[in-house]
Design a protein around this ligand. Sequence first.
Ligand code: GTR
Length: 330
Amino acid sequence: MNKFMKTTTLTLAAAAMSVAFVAGAQAREWRGWNIHPADYPVSTGMEEFARLINEKSGGNLEAKVYHGGVLGDQPDAIQQVRLGGLDWAVFNLGPLGEVAPEANVVSLPFIFKNVDAMHDVMDGPAGQQIADGLANAGLQALGWYDSGARSFYNTKHPINTPEDLKGLKFRVMSNDLYVQMVGALGGNATPMPYGEVYQSLKTGVIDGAENNYPSYDSSGHFEAAKYYSVTQHLILPECLCVNKALYDGLSDDEKKILQEAADESVKVQRAAWAERAEQSKEKVVAAGIEVNEIADKAAFQDAMKPVYDNFIKANPDLAGLVKAIQDAQK
Ligand code: GTR
């Protein structure tokens, strides 16, 4: 080997080593699951979180968001983030109730008076207890995003009283509480992935579903089911979650970066949510859907008694949490 070759080889070896060193020092890119399209408020919040952790860590932490449910449906993605097949996500607390009973308390219909009350509860001790439950299920909760209030919509007629649900088949999210909820109101419920709802409404496999205005709009469901009845039976927060083992492996500084980024992204998401909720409502009304407000929801609320009773019977240790949430809103 001549002198030139020797130097070159050494230089190349050094370069290769430094590449290996940089790659080793830099974390791999975290894969984030998102069910919504890129222009949705959840997506804006997630992009902000990813941007901030990268900025605050000087490029050492990297996260990418896969929008539009391309990484699978929500119940599967929840299992994936728990097991580490995916790294992070924003999940609705509805399907999360299937893996953490504490999270299910927010799926008790009408448990929150309004969105502000939900924020107060989630940002306080009850929210912490729910976060602890999620941690036991392998999910580190970093913040609570907004998802407004969910109401029923269908292809047949306005719903003014529980009797109006009779004979109608509604898609619900994957959670047995929702099957009970629709059943207690006199309708039929079928759990189904979000991505299948549009086609099922179009083909008459189901008569209706339930969701907030932004999802009713962005999913196109309003094109198929034009009666939107403002029952607001569920006010479900959403969780910005990271795989627990991944989180536990971070340094204290990195954990702090994640929490700060999450807190800032929560503010951005909640502001984007408020704006989008108005816009979506205006859009669907302009498109000709029929909205009916329900002045007195007492009949709907009263019908939920067996759902609450069953829940407490099956989860006696959560009776205190249910009561704490109710008392906090008095
Ligand atoms: C949306 C929610 C999604 C998903 C969807 C559904 O409002 O943001 O995470 O839960 O509803 O109905 O499946």
